[in-house]
Write a protein that binds this ligand. Structure first.
Ligand code: F3S
Length: 81
């Protein structure tokens, strides 16, 4: 499964991520993006149906601020113990 967050220090408010993956990213009052499903904590698994959008946003961000973490299933299960 994938997890995601925005590096708000490097985001330049270009707006690509929210346009590419509107279910995953939103913007604060300054236009800086954040992962909206889990308040930018990278704790919630990105729903499978949004995985392609996530990877497109990662690729489209000009400052590489869309961070993607992939955890293998066994690692994930292990981490639950
Ligand atoms: Fe910021 Fe990159 Fe999104 S610059 S608005 S995180 S596409």
């Amino acid at each position: 499964p994938y997890y995601t967050y925005i590096d708000k220090e490097t985001c330049i408010a270009c707006g690509v991520c929210g346009a590419t993956a509107p279910e995953l990213f939103d913007y604060d009052e300054e236009g800086i993006a954040f992962a909206k499903r889990d308040k930018n904590s990278a704790r919630e698994i990105v729903p499978r149906q949004y995985e392609d959008d996530l990877l497109d946003a990662e690729e489209g961000c000009p400052t590489e601020s869309v961070k993607v973490i992939e955890k293998k299933l066994n690692h994930f299960l292990y981490s639950l113990n």
